[in-house]
Write a protein that binds this ligand. Structure first.
Ligand code: PLI
Length: 462
């Protein structure tokens, strides 16, 4: 008897119009490439990579509309038409009246940290992000992690692990005083926690609490539409709201935000600093001319701003986000079949393999996640990245390694780039490495740069 259909499949809301060949290498070539790269996947040449899951940043496939928009670049030094289109869309989708464009997210982080932070201030946030925290520290602040404990536990199934723990925030404010809080920084979904969202209920509580202490909230909105998607899927009262409506509501609680346009907006370069505070805007508009370029291009070409403006219209389309997060989920469900441990629940932009549990025989001082990322590359040419002790860096006061509870390898999915077959190949490789995990030896660091060491550090096999 024919099998009864119990569930209908979904598929991506687009088809492929242009392709870019990728190259399969031999194991011998990859062993050599990994060694030459100091076992750091950031130092591999892209032509030696088969399936590139290093990041979803700037690696997305633009749509035909975005590419057509690139031809409409108004490359005037001042007052480009594309800037005004982008500005209109920042008002429309993020609800912020003022925009300063930047060449990428960290340029906006740099300026906002310089503007809002005084030496000796504190910035509480829902877990650190590498570039964000560094700019806060360089501006003179101490970052304090006030995310809920569940976020540091890879097996917790909490649906909103990006939530802020109000008790932690309250404790900090009682200790240092509200005047010492430059702002509260919220990202959603939280990258380093495994792409985990915050809930609208939590955001509202944090907002009310901060309001009562005259503290402003700033938003890292880099992947905000994914957070909006999780709110729609998981939070009571939002199922019938559109991504656009949810995004607008999220942003309404913040004084301002920054975006790495290389993610949600599906472009290859670009950033945004947007705010409702006119004074902050005036300062940023003045500062941008020092570091980026005139305030109507901020280090970007007119064509880049056009692609960003169009990307913003596409990022709020429900089917696009569903297909994107659905791909990550598909990967997770396949890995489950092999018993590979990864951060639960499955997050927004990536699968985060739990290197602490996979390579349980390696102490964290031997960089299990760095080791695992290198092993997966050698096995198949699939490139992921370390998100553990190397990414965490050193404590600026003691100079010691910061040993995070989460020691992860991130397999990140660029938007609209890979097919289900690419995911199957990736899963088989991870499963193979997992099967042979006991034979894997750790790494030692032989070169360590001062800032954001994960990008350029080199390692050798122990
Ligand atoms: O890479 P930028 O400078 O455009 O953006 C910095 C940045 C800020 N916030 C968040 C949450 C990020 O994820 C982020 C960059 N992320 C990278 C490069 C990533 O691979 O996740």
């Amino acid at each position: 008897m024919a099998k009864k259909l119990t569930k209908r499949s979904w598929a991506e809301p687009f088809k492929i119009k242009m392709v870019e060949p990728i190259k399969m290498t031999t194991r011998e070539q990859r062993v050599k490439a990994a060694k030459e790269a100091g076992y750091n996947t950031f130092l591999l040449k892209s032509e030696d990579v088969y399936i590139d899951l290093l990041t979803d940043s700037g690696t997305n496939a633009m749509s035909d509309r975005q590419w057509a928009g690139m031809m409409l670049g108004d490359e005037a030094y001042a007052g480009s038409r594309n800037f005004y289109y982008l500005w209109d869309n920042v008002k429309k989708y993020y609800g912020m009246p003022y925009l300063v464009p930047t060449h990428q997210g960290r340029a906006a982080e740099h300026m906002i940290s310089k503007i809002l932070i005084k030496q000796g201030d504190y910035v509480p946030g829902n877990m650190y992000f590498t570039t964000t925290r560094l700019h806060q520290e360089l501006a003179g602040a101490t970052f304090i992690d006030v995310i809920i404990d569940e976020a540091h536990n890879p097996i917790s199934e909490h649906p909103f692990k990006g939530n802020i723990d109000l008790k932690k925030l309250d404790k900090l404010i009682n200790e240092v005083g509200a005047k010492k809080i430059a702002y509260v920084c919220m990202a959603g979904p939280v990258n380093m926690a495994g792409g985990q969202p915050f809930s609208m209920a939590n955001l509202k509580e944090v907002y009310e609490y901060c309001k009562s202490h005259k503290i402003k909230l700033w938003f890292d909105a880099t992947r905000a539409t994914e957070n909006a998607y999780f709110i729609k899927e998981r939070e009571k009262g939002y199922a019938d709201k559109s991504i656009e409506q949810i995004l607008k509501e999220i942003c309404s609680y913040f004084e301002g935000l920054w975006v790495s346009a290389k993610k949600d907006l599906m472009v290859n370069i670009g950033g945004i600093l947007a705010t409702r505070n006119k004074k902050v805007y005036e300062e940023a508009r003045n500062m941008v001319v020092i570091y980026e370029g005139l305030h109507t291009y901020g280090g970007l070409a007119g064509r880049d701003m056009e692609a960003m403006a169009i990307g913003m219209e596409e990022m709020v389309q429900y089917d696009n986000i569903k297909a994107r997060i659905g791909q990550v989920e598909y990967c997770g469900r396949q890995l489950e079949k092999y018993g590979v441990p990864f951060v639960r629940p499955i997050g927004g932009h990536a699968i985060f393999l739990d290197a602490k549990r996979i390579l349980a025989h390696l102490p964290q001082s031997q960089f299990p996640a760095q080791t695992l990322a290198a092993e997966i590359y050698v096995d198949s040419g699939v490139r992921g990245m370390e998100r553990g002790v190397v990414s965490s860096g050193r404590d600026p006061v003691t100079g010691d390694h910061r040993y995070p509870k989460l020691e992860l390898v991130r397999l990140t999915f660029p938007r609209r780039v890979y097919t289900q077959a690419h995911i199957d190949v990736t899963v088989e490789s991870v499963a193979e490495v997992f099967e042979n995990r006991k034979k894997i030896k750790g790494l030692e660091m032989v070169y360590e740069p001062k800032y954001l060491r994960f990008f350029q550090a080199r390692f050798a096999k122990i």
